[in-house]
Design a protein around this ligand. Structure first.
Ligand SMILES: [Zn+2]
Length: 272
């Protein structure tokens, strides 16, 4: 998808069992909600969508995908980028929403070289501090310890050149970091101003095209702090609908961009 100066490129997709994804959600309602949206009630398919923004002679990429060491279904960014005519050396700014594998591990190639050699790197200070801490590995549950080890390895590749920002900072011309912690402690989204309409690059603050919109209050297992994740999601959806922002959600069906319509107390995604 390419729209003016914004481009969304696929990095592939991930599949997860529905059964562990929404702890505490009433099973019948969850199944009804997924089937009603035309989605499988057994397996969640999360597409992975990477946003690029061109402004003047600068080109920013928001997250870098999973690279070649995560899942066989992910790590397709470079081949899909080539089809858009963008070369990795053209990217001037690499800006992260958070440090999970599907967003960060594509930082390096199979030879451990940086994929975007000419870029400056930016991540929120909260995210950097959390994953850099010697305690990060210990804090993660068994099945996610690899997330912390992987983040620390990738951070080591850019620690000399990375800049840290805080929510509210302008990280790129017209692009403001928005605090959306909960999915991870330093998770941020990005509000893009100055185009034909405001755009919100949500990262993983809003994950599922049906459940996250119909029941933003339901805790999600993929959120490190499920309570805070639900609170953030609820506030963010209200803002997107109220300010009529175009949403780009990393895991929505490709190309993952559209408007959010409010209906009663829930929301609906209108691809556009
Ligand atoms: Zn993700």
């Amino acid at each position: 998808m390419s729209d003016g100066h914004l481009t969304v490129v696929s990095d592939g997709f991930m599949q997860l069992p529905v059964s562990f994804s929404f702890p505490g959600a009433p099973e019948d309602e969850l199944k009804m909600l997924l089937s009603g949206a035309g989605l499988s009630a057994d397996t969640l398919k999360n597409d992975c969508n990477i946003t690029l923004l061109r402004r003047g002679d600068r080109l920013a990429i928001f997250d870098v995908g999973a690279g070649s060491n995560f899942l066989p279904t992910t790590g397709k960014l470079l081949q899909n980028l080539a089809e858009t005519g963008i070369e990795p050396k053209d990217v001037t700014d690499v800006i992260f929403t958070h440090a999970h594998p599907d967003h960060l591990w594509g930082l390096t190639d199979e030879f451990d070289d940086l994929v975007f050699p000419n870029a400056r790197y930016q991540i929120s200070a909260g995210e950097w501090e959390f994953w850099s801490s010697p305690k990060a590995v210990e804090l993660m549950p068994e099945d996610r310890k690899i997330f912390a080890v992987g983040a620390q390895n990738r951070f080591a590749m850019v620690e000399e050149v990375v800049s840290l920002f805080k929510p509210g900072d302008e990280v790129f011309p017209g692009v403001e970091a928005v605090d959306t912690n909960g999915h991870t402690p330093g998770h941020v989204s990005f509000a893009v101003h100055g185009g034909t309409e405001p755009v919100l690059i949500a990262g993983d603050a809003i994950v599922n095209v049906a459940v996250s919109l119909m029941r933003p209050d339901w805790p999600m297992a993929s959120d490190q702090d499920p309570h805070e994740g639900a609170r953030t999601r609820t506030l963010l959806l209200d803002r997107i609908a109220t300010e009529r922002m175009r949403l780009i959600a990393f895991h929505f069906p490709h190309p993952a961009t559209g408007l959010i319509e409010r209906k009663d107390n829930t929301y609906r995604f209108v691809p556009a």
